[in-house]
Write a protein that binds this ligand. Structure first.
Ligand SMILES: NC(=O)c1ccc[n+]([C@@H]2O[C@H](COP(=O)([O-])OP(=O)(O)OC[C@H]3O[C@@H](n4cnc5c(N)ncnc54)[C@H](OP(=O)(O)O)[C@@H]3O)[C@@H](O)[C@H]2O)c1
Length: 272
């Protein structure tokens, strides 16, 4: 496993995304992912699966302090008291005393970011959260947030077809890391000739090449989701080869601002 060192904590660069993995299937997927070797699990109050994720963690038998667990607060819970209550509900559902990373899931234009950032900082001071961060923040918002609180992460859509070069500069300049969601572009990388050709050299498929490309970048974590045990294992088998600088650049060159897959009505106006 590759780790990212951030604010004196170690973040496993490959994590397991759990969106749409609920109930018994969700719990089984999480405990299986941990058995495969994943040590970083991503959930959110909005995924309605924190109980299942908590169950999966307990079923895995792996000690809580060996895992890095992220959850997120939905954008209608960003007022101070609502955020504290939502975070406490998440801890209860996960049946854990703390999460390793708590994120603001989306910015809310009607709530100044100072308020949720202060609430997150309070939770961190109480030991209920080890690191705090944001998700779906623009470059301008990240700079502003970093000036207000010790944010460690921005979780954003990132894959070979969506360039995040400006965001990466912003993140690194603020001693933060970027967590890539939709890291394999919801499976769309599988058919791409350039990525497949690179894979032929290493006997890896395009998902594995893409995940390796993510974790070889400084301060980048990736959280692929799979409902299949076979694909979960496949996605973890990326630590026995290394891409050359040329291959890294060839994949980065596929990115453009038009490659975005997630752009709901409540999204901010993207600036990078
Ligand atoms: N912060 C946010 O706003 C936000 C937004 C979106 C997602 N996320 C997080 O990011 C995680 C990942 O994003 P995502 O699930 O949207 O996209 P993703 O991980 O890029 O892709 C998941 C899709 O690819 C398929 N897949 C996975 N591994 C594969 C493989 N080796 N070969 C072929 N197909 C494969 C999966 O199908 P199967 O399940 O059938 O394998 C699923 O349809 C989420 O689960 C969630 O935790 C966060």
């Amino acid at each position: 496993m590759i780790h990212i060192n951030i604010k004196e904590k170690e973040v496993p660069a490959l994590g397991f995304g759990t969106y749409k993995l609920k109930d018994k299937i969700g719990a089984e997927a999480v405990s299986d992912a941990i058995a495969i070797g994943y040590r970083h699990i991503d959930t959110a109050e909005a995924y309605d699966n924190e109980e299942a994720v908590g169950q999966g963690i307990r079923d895995s038998g792996v000690a809580r302090d060996e895992l890095f667990v992220t959850t997120k607060i939905w954008y209608d819970h960003l007022k101070h008291d609502a955020l504290i209550k939502a975070a406490e509900t998440s801890l209860k559902k996960l049946r854990t005393d703390y999460v390793d990373l708590l994120l603001i899931h989306w910015p809310n234009k009607d709530v100044a970011m100072k308020e949720p950032l202060e609430a997150l900082t309070e939770l961190m001071q109480q030991g209920k959260v080890k690191l705090i961060g944001v998700s779906n923040f623009t470059c301008e918002m990240v700079d502003k947030a970093a000036a207000l609180a010790p944010v460690a992460c921005n979780q954003v859509e990132y894959h070979p077809f969506l360039s995040q070069q400006e965001m990466l500069k912003t993140i690194r300049g603020n001693d933060m890391f970027l967590t890539a969601y939709c890291p394999i572009a919801k499976g769309k990388v599988l058919d791409h000739e350039t990525i497949k050709d690179i894979g032929a050299k290493y006997k890896k498929n395009a998902a594995q090449i893409t995940l390796r490309w993510h974790v070889q970048q400084q301060h980048v974590a990736a959280i692929p989701k799979s409902s299949s045990a076979e694909r979960r294992r496949e996605n973890f088998e990326i630590f026995d080869f290394e891409l050359t600088q040329q291959e890294m650049q060839a994949i980065t060159a596929l990115g453009s601002p038009e490659g975005r897959l997630v752009d709901p009505s409540w999204a901010p106006t993207w600036d990078c």
